[in-house]
Design a protein around this ligand. Structure first.
Ligand SMILES: [Zn+2]
Length: 249
């Protein structure tokens, strides 16, 4: 016997008969006891249970639950900041532009693997955070790319900020980027819990997304590595997302 990796409670065809059974076996007897009055004669009990429960199963199966189906699901990849907000800057390099290139590279590899995607723009287009947040709903997974910056120019490393439920995915994403950039993991093996992030609550994460910080733009060596190897890291990030999505379906 092979078990299906999903929660049966999400289906109305499971919920409705359970609710019916609860009414028939708990609520009605309790009422009868409290009122001291036989609402359902004993001889009809089996007949009622035997007809009401299958009927509820049938109704539950018949009602459409579009949110439960995996059709039209997609992966969202977005670039931090926007065409008007450059984010952190180091010389001629702007965070918003670098992470837009990274987003495009990840999108390229996802498309190559026939994964449906949504992005906050194509080419040099990098739409703002509100647009990015709207793309999270309905996606299997949503990732936004940023780069860190610090006054201490030697600070470096990779981290992914996410809710605790996405800890493993966050660590997997940070790991492949750190490996490609020959960098190190920050936080809990690459994961930063949003509640422990110095940035406070981030809209993208509160809405269910993950933010990957692709190194420090303020660190000359890490910036150089980013520019030389971002395609490599993007390919590995796409691989992590493809595996994650396949495991869901
Ligand atoms: Zn940023």
């Amino acid at each position: 016997m092979k078990l299906i990796n999903e929660n049966p409670w999400q289906y109305l065809s499971v919920k409705l008969p359970m609710l019916g059974a609860f009414l028939l076996l708990v609520v009605i007897p309790a009422l009868q006891w409290a009122l001291d009055y036989q609402l359902v004669p004993d001889k009809y009990e089996v007949v009622i249970i035997g007809t009401v429960l299958p009927l509820l199963t049938w109704i539950g199966r018949k009602i459409a639950q579009p949110n439960l189906h995996n059709v039209n699901q997609f992966v969202t990849v977005t670039a931090g900041h926007s065409n008007v907000d450059p984010g952190a800057v180091n010389g001629k390099f702007k965070e918003a532009e670098l992470v837009t290139k990274f987003r495009n590279a990840v999108a390229h590899y996802l498309k190559e693997a026939n994964i449906a995607i949504k992005t906050d723009g194509v080419g040099t287009d990098n739409q703002n955070l509100n647009t990015a947040i709207k793309l999270i709903k309905g996606s299997d997974v949503a990732i936004e790319f940023h780069m860190n910056a610090a006054a201490n120019k030697s600070a470096y490393g990779i981290e992914t900020i996410a809710l605790p439920k996405d800890k493993k995915l966050a660590q997997d994403l940070s790991k492949v980027v750190a490996k490609a950039f020959n960098s190190k993991l920050r936080g809990d093996e690459g994961w930063i819990d949003q509640s422990q992030s110095a940035r406070g609550k981030l809209g993208f994460i509160s809405n269910g997304g993950l933010i990957v910080e692709l190194g420090f733009i303020s660190n000359e060596a890490e910036l150089k590595t980013f520019n030389e190897k971002y395609w490599l890291a993007a390919r590995d990030v796409a691989d992590v997302l493809i595996k994650y999505k396949k495991a869901l379906n």
